[in-house]
Design a protein around this ligand. Sequence first.
Ligand SMILES: [Mg+2]
Ligand SMILES: [Zn+2]
Length: 195
Amino acid sequence: MRAQDSERAGGSGTTTVRAVLFDRDGTLVHDVPYNTDPALVAPVDGAREVLDELRRTGIRVGVVSNQSGIARGLITPAQLDAVNGRVDELLGPFGTWQVCPHASADACACRKPAPGLVLAAAAALGVEPSECVVVGDIGADVGAALAAGARAVLVPTPVTRAEEVAHAREHAMVAPDLHAAVALALEPANLGVPA
Ligand SMILES: [Mg+2]
Ligand SMILES: [Zn+2]
């Protein structure tokens, strides 16, 4: 690491992105709330291509996903495995899957915007959190990334709240789709000292 990189505000400075961690629902696949049916898994446009390009360039990919349907009894662990298995079939392989099964009332350390899933994914991939970029569709994804010392790109959907977009514009990055998100995250200008 070069000297000036370690001086970047927020402690997230590094010129290397070694992993991109994706939210699942509303980011890699179209959101089907509390989905229990693998047949309903539908990747968003471009997801396969973006992931393949990252793999080709040697950047690790992972999934970080809140699944409170488990805690709430709306999804069984077997159903979650089946749905994640379908995501893997369509978009895998991923270097790591990190899933929070808790509800917000559980006050766990892993439910985004807590940093636990991002920290666990980085550890599983053998990279530093500061070498990770989290791509997600809501403020909790951005919050988890920043809390972990990672960078974040928000890719809003029609359900993303305006204040979440505004927060991401100020504290992270915003892109219209996955291609643009990854391009933005890997842009040299966004990897050095912030403007
Ligand atoms: Mg999401
Ligand atoms: Zn959790």
